[in-house]
Design a protein around this ligand. Sequence first.
Ligand SMILES: Cc1cc2nc3c(=O)[nH]c(=O)nc-3n(C[C@H](O)[C@H](O)[C@H](O)COP(=O)(O)OP(=O)(O)OC[C@H]3O[C@@H](n4cnc5c(N)ncnc54)[C@H](O)[C@@H]3O)c2cc1C
Length: 402
Amino acid sequence: MTIFTTERVARLLPRVREIVLEEIIPLESAYLHGSFRTLEPQLNALRKRVKAEGLWTPHLPTSEGGLGLTLTEFGMISEALGHSPLGHYVFNCQAPDIGNMELLHQFATDAQKHTFLEPLIRGDIRSCFAMTEPEFAGSNPVNMATTAVREGDEYVINGHKWFTSSADGSAFAVTMAVTNPAEAPHKRASMIIVPTATPGFHLVRNIKIMGDEGDSYASHAEVRFENCRVPVVNLLVKEGAGFALAQHRLGPGRIHHCMRFIGICERAFDMMCKYAVSRELGNGKPLASKQIIQSWIAESRAEIEAARYMVLHTADGIDKHGAQVMKESISTIKFFVANVLQHVLDRAIQTHGALGITDDTVLAYWYRHERAARIYDGPDEVHKTVLARTILKQYGYDVESA
Ligand SMILES: Cc1cc2nc3c(=O)[nH]c(=O)nc-3n(C[C@H](O)[C@H](O)[C@H](O)COP(=O)(O)OP(=O)(O)OC[C@H]3O[C@@H](n4cnc5c(N)ncnc54)[C@H](O)[C@@H]3O)c2cc1C
């Protein structure tokens, strides 16, 4: 319980936690030693049950079949789901689909909603988001080479993307491409919905992440667009709106990620404590008797508590005042919590000794895949700059004019 816990969340959380503990975590071992695709029949059966219980797409308004939660309330659900790498998928609120659902819900036309959003909400299809390009710094995505040239009623898309998460098996990619090259940098690109079955959409490969290629939903692809033709009605909002839409997508997205990170921290923390009291070093004394382990436990506890309050405070601010007002807080939580995650995971692995780096627990999986938390959705350094710039302005120094 936190000061942000509402009656609604207090009612939902016990059941969500129960499903994660009793139904989802038992599937992890098969995932870690097999693949996402082989586990899909079991995951889909579980998804059906979650839907039947009325817990499906918890992030969406009730009019869209969701639970009508505030961002703060959903954050708390997201933390509970974050205890397993499979949690969000089972409840149909996994990235990148969650971002695409929110984007389409807010900005798509009725026809786009019917074709793309409704099946996504039902869980019949998955989607991906293709913005980053290997040839350009993703931290400053205004420099991109992918183009969408209008020919009659179609856009012809050519370009090269990578780290298009979950493209493997996706039905469509929300794609950023330059439509207006003569405009100012932030008004050059547009978002266009590209069905992945369109001729000219090529999934080149799933990129190995620290040795793990992944598959299906759990993957990050390199993609090429070669004379890929889509109808102009697949444009989101208007030409040149791409970056403004990307900003909309990122504000709540950082709350979702950070609360998921906290869920991972809590699970790793629990595993660390359980192992510390059960692993006997000799003379009947457990690992927990060592001060250095106690110190890791205390430090981790303090860091997780601080992280949670920072994120919920930011989410509450977004709920009440909007993301723009909370811009610096959003940057602060993104780098702070990603680093807490890395520290807590590292201590949990160290406590487990050799076991910690095997796939016999979930820790090594997270260590491999969540190192990226400090890179995606803005690398640490970019967020630190945003925060420092605001602070230094108050001291009369303008970083931008330096
Ligand atoms: C697991 C994962 C999933 C992803 N999923 C998606 C996805 O679904 N769709 C998509 O389009 N993209 C995705 N990305 C890409 C992600 O958005 C980019 O990796 C990110 O924007 C950083 O871009 P870059 O990798 O090109 O690094 P660069 O921009 O080349 O930066 C390299 C490094 O330089 C430093 N740096 C950058 N800017 C600054 C600065 N201003 N000041 C100081 N230092 C700086 C940082 O340390 C940074 O890590 C994903 C990435 C990962 C790792």
